[in-house]
Design a protein around this ligand. Structure first.
Ligand code: FES
Length: 286
């Protein structure tokens, strides 16, 4: 984690009230991994003092560029949407734990709801660079809010669901998972918590639906023997989720981002934002 100065090099509104901004931040681009986030503070003259968390959307290590994708939701993001080329932001990052892809995984399923695209977008690039195949399921309220295909690599199979049926499947993005659960070696998701909870429920029943047997190993070790919360355990999970939560400090001190894990409270900024789906106590209020 570092405190660094990043220069805005491009900014555009890609969807209503949703912006894509590119920053020149070579040290961040050289170290960040898909699933991690940054904590951003606008300049003193903006009059805003709080930092705001953003997922790293894409990374170009060759040019030292990272992009963030955000929706205007308040004063800070509104200020950022008006920032011009050359503006400098104070960035803390990379923060949090990244997605963990099993080295044996060949087929990667990404599931995003709305702005959750920002949480999984970088993993599409990382997976393709590693020679994996990627299918991305995306859900939005209507066609007007569907992430543009022009912002995705050509190699990604992109499947869309909209609540009103104005584009793609009519219904929820989770309806599409059944068609891919046998194909996918691992799945990674980001979006509204009800969407993630539904995916977690589907993941729990997947092995039974597919007739996957769990065989013990000599010495009593099983495939789930890695410590819960470890990178190794996440690497073995079929579904990993990136949790979205309001953050204060983003470094584990304020406890403002705590959610219920099955083994007790967990901080989204430190133990997450990426978790194996089975680490989360779905449905319990924080
Ligand atoms: S935001 Fe302060 S502990 Fe996570």
């Amino acid at each position: 984690m570092r405190l660094l100065d990043a220069e805005l090099i491009s900014s555009r509104e890609i969807l209503p009230a949703q912006w894509l901004q590119a920053y020149h931040a070579p040290s961040l681009a050289g170290s960040v991994r898909a699933g991690q986030f940054i904590h951003v503070r606008t300049p003193d003259y903006s009059g805003l003092v709080l930092r705001r968390p953003f997922s790293v959307n894409t990374v170009d290590r060759a040019t030292g560029t990272v992009t963030i994708h955000f929706r205007v939701t308040g004063k800070g993001t509104e200020w950022m949407s008006r920032a011009r080329q050359g503006e400098r932001l104070d960035i803390l990052g990379p923060l949090g734990r990244p997605f963990e892809v099993n080295p044996r995984t060949r087929h990667v399923l990404l599931v995003a709801g709305g702005l959750g695209m920002a949480g999984v977008r970088a993993l599409a690039d990382e997976a393709l660079e590693a020679g994996r195949r990627v299918t991305l399921l995306f859900g939005a309220a209507s066609a007007a809010e569907v992430y543009p295909t022009s912002l995705l690599p050509d190699e990604v199979e992109y499947v869309v669901a909209t609540d009103d049926g104005s584009l793609g499947h009519r219904g929820y993005v989770t309806d599409l998972v059944a068609d891919y659960e046998a194909w996918a070696d691992q799945a990674f998701a980001c979006g509204p918590e009800p969407m993630l909870a539904t995916l977690a429920r589907l993941a729990r029943g997947r092995d039974e639906r597919l007739g996957v047997a769990h065989l013990g190993r000599k010495g009593g070790r099983t495939r789930s023997s890695a410590a819960s919360g470890s990178a190794q355990a996440r690497r073995r999970a079929w579904l990993q989720v990136s949790m979205e939560q309001n953050m204060g400090c983003a470094v584990g001190a304020c406890l403002g981002c705590v959610i219920h894990g099955v083994d007790g409270p967990v901080r989204v900024c430190r133990e997450g934002p990426v978790f194996a789906a089975e680490e989360i106590a779905w449905g319990e209020p924080a």
